[in-house]
Design a binder for this molecule. Structure first.
Ligand code: F0G
Length: 349
């Protein structure tokens, strides 16, 4: 039975007897073999479908711990800035713990499903006329100035601690780490958490090597690739529309340590990859989550994708969160009269 991150990894996490063992049965997400696409790319490909977490993204793994620790430490409220998924997760776990949640979102730049989640879970949603980086700075300052207002962005070390669990699940399921692990990079917390998770497993002897970490960004929001902040980040993948990643140095270390790399892909490539994943392999992931697949196609085109290696792609968020990104794509809708004849005509078989 699914038990959630805090129960499952009690021994590996910084819990005390006072930490409430919150759970929405997060984690334990499927590692889906992506045979149709893998064959095309000439690699053994898997998707770790984090979109099947309770709020539809990987954020739940770290949020459950961050909110449990906030409760343990007597926080009166939690606060976060978010491109959408963090706010949905903070709002849900805040609701579970009975702690009020304030979320700061870049006005007009958050996918509709994510906004709906924050609202229905009862968060106080503040739309900031500015981008994510500015909203995060505001949230950090507010939490410093107001006692007992816990910030639950990935500057909170408990977030990254909980997110390590995904690396552990992958190793446990495959019996060894993959050759490559590729994931989208925004605020650069998740890639750092994966690295720490793999390093920990190596330390305790569960694995003997680290996978190469391949971090993929959108071209209009690629500070890790450029090696410098981006002032006005822009991309269709709003989840990773971030110009000043707070975990940049940890992420750089992760890539250096694992002999990995950062690369960027265009919005067109991201949307194309989203379509391929959905139409060729039956998985609907949000645009940001498809940046890694776009990256693999690009490497393949450049003849830089080794054959036969085992690759895990982290599908960080569910496509249902951002229905607008899918609208108007694929086959056009056909409207008919309510008669069998009209249907048969459309079927044309
Ligand atoms: N994929 C999705 C679906 C995300 O929501 C995010 C980050 C990332 C990838 C990048 O992860 O920041 O750890 O490098 N979303 C944050 C949010 C910023 O507010 O929901 P990262």
């Amino acid at each position: 039975m699914k038990k959630g991150i805090l129960h499952t990894y009690e021994k590996f996490l910084p819990l005390t007897e006072k930490t409430p063992l919150l759970s929405l049965c997060e984690g334990d997400t499927p590692l889906i073999p992506l045979g149709n696409i893998g064959r095309e790319l000439g690699v053994e490909l898997y998707g770790k479908f984090e979109g099947l977490n309770p709020t539809g993204s990987f954020k739940d793994r770290g949020m459950v711990l961050a909110v449990a620790k906030a409760a343990e430490e007597g926080a009166k409220a939690v606060v976060c800035a978010s491109t959408g998924n963090t706010s949905a997760s903070a709002a849900a776990y805040g609701a579970l713990a009975g702690i009020p949640c304030f979320t700061l979102l870049p006005a007009g730049k958050v996918a509709s499903g994510k906004l709906a989640q924050a609202v229905i879970h009862g968060a106080r949603v503040v739309a900031v006329r500015g981008n994510f980086d500015e909203a995060l700075e505001m949230a950090r300052t507010a939490s410093r100035e107001k006692g007992r207002l816990a910030i639950v962005n990935s500057v909170n070390p408990y977030r990254l601690f909980g997110q390590r669990s995904a690396a552990w699940e992958i190793c446990d399921e495959l019996g060894s780490p993959p050759d490559w692990l590729t994931l989208p990079v925004g605020n650069a917390g998740n890639i750092s958490a994966y690295c720490a998770g793999f390093e920990f497993y190596r330390e305790i002897g569960r694995i003997s090597r680290l996978p190469r970490l391949i971090g993929v960004q959108a071209e209009g929001a690629a500070p890790m690739v450029k090696g410098a902040p981006v002032d006005n980040p822009e991309t269709v993948a709003t989840a990773i529309r971030i110009g000043r990643p707070v975990n940049a140095s940890l992420a750089r270390r992760a890539v250096e340590l694992t002999n990995g790399q950062f690369l960027s892909v265009s919005d067109e490539e991201i949307l194309e990859a989203q379509g391929i994943l959905a139409s060729k392999n039956g998985i609907f992931a949000e645009p940001a989550s498809c940046a890694p697949l776009a990256g693999l196609y690009r490497l393949k085109k450049m003849d830089k994708l080794p054959a036969v290696i085992r690759i895990v792609m982290v599908l960080t968020g569910n496509g249902l969160k951002d229905p607008d990104a899918a609208k108007g794509r694929g086959e056009a809708l056909v409207e008919i009269d309510g008669t069998t004849e009209a249907l048969l005509e459309v079927l044309g078989l």
